[in-house]
Design a protein around this ligand. Structure first.
Ligand SMILES: C[S@@+](CC[C@H](N)C(=O)[O-])C[C@H]1O[C@@H](n2cnc3c(N)ncnc32)[C@H](O)[C@@H]1O
Length: 309
């Protein structure tokens, strides 16, 4: 029987904007515009520069991005400064028809700086059956906040472990992969996500990174794990809107779902920011991005780098 999450993404018709504004707001969505906590960079620029600083590059195969969502990381690499990945060849793999189309629209947008992406291709496929030849990639495979969507069986992140196996199959020497997600050295726990009228409802699972490190090592890959904020070089002291703040604000006012810096929010909404008691916490607070979660970006979001030596 098909996994419920797989069926959800395979049949997804929800507009990208609604999915990421209302159902599952990712860190990369909240930081998709230039941000002071990232030294004025976009999330995608900071992420790819961080990998570049660790000696990882696009090789000849470029970047294969699995589960690119609305396509902001690909856009940052094409239109911004992504270190060695700037204007690199980009192959997007996603199961969702709606998000595959959104990524294509964003990449091929002719009126944005840099014009349409000249080296972009999109494929609708499952991360667990990558349509790629064995030992074919000497660049980067990226899956940013994707693996929590993959199946869990009997307390094991079975889908994420299978993806690590797929990565070991497709990477050739010099190639690397980056998986980012929330989790830690503890057993997978479910998080139910849904928007208004239960739209986009599905369950995600935190990642037990012990299982993924073991799977990578077993598959013969070099494994490095670090906090996601360290890879991004994020300044955790910068105060900005959390998703919880934005949710409160958007019930009574119109604003982007973006982690706008504290000063900007207070300048734009001087009265509402006080009446609604917006917290506007530091990026490193356990309350950012979600004041009701058991930890935040700085505490729970990890980056796993896998390399084929
Ligand atoms: C939580 S979103 C993350 C999107 C984006 N990377 C970001 O950080 O905002 C998960 C993405 O993975 C895709 N996805 C989920 N399951 C998948 C699967 N089995 N194979 C390929 N893509 C999948 C979804 O369609 C979506 O684009």
């Amino acid at each position: 029987m098909e996994d419920a999450n797989r069926a959800h993404h395979r049949r997804d018709r929800l507009a990208a904007r609604r999915r990421f504004d209302e159902v599952e707001c990712t860190i990369s969505h909240l930081l998709r515009f230039p941000h002071p906590a990232l030294g004025g960079r976009r999330y995608g620029e900071a992420l790819l520069q961080g990998l570049g600083a660790r000696g990882i590059g696009p090789g000849r195969s470029g970047v294969v991005e699995i589960g690119g969502g609305a396509g902001h990381v690909a856009e940052a690499a094409w239109r911004g400064d992504a270190g060695p990945f700037t204007r690199a060849r980009w192959t997007a793999i996603d199961l969702s028809p709606s998000l595959t189309a959104a990524q294509k629209r964003r990449a091929l947008e002719p009126s944005q700086p840099g014009g349409p992406h000249l080296h972009w291709a999109g494929l609708r496929a499952d991360a667990l059956e990558l349509p790629l030849a064995s030992r074919s990639l000497d660049g980067l495979v990226l899956a940013n906040e994707v693996i929590a969507d993959l199946p869990v069986q009997d307390g094991r992140n079975a889908g994420a472990i299978r993806l690590v196996g797929e990565l070991a199959r497709v990477l050739r020497p010099g190639g690397a992969a980056l998986l980012t997600e929330f989790g830690g050295d503890f057993e997978p726990a479910p998080v139910r996500l849904l928007g208004a009228m239960a739209q986009g409802e599905h369950v995600e699972w935190s990642i037990d990174f012990r299982q993924l490190r073991a799977a990578g090592a077993q598959a013969g890959l070099a494994v490095e794990e670090l906090p996601l904020h360290a890879l991004l070089g994020a300044d955790l002291s910068v105060r900005c809107a959390s998703y919880t703040d934005l949710w409160r604000l958007r019930r009574v006012a119109s604003c982007e779902v973006f982690a706008a810096p504290e000063a900007e929010v207070r300048r734009r909404f001087p009265l509402l920011s006080r009446v609604l008691a917006l917290e506007l916490p530091p990026l490193g607070s356990p309350h950012w991005p979600d004041a009701h979660a058991r930890g935040g970006f700085a505490q729970l979001f990890r980056a796993l780098i896998l390399r084929r030596g």
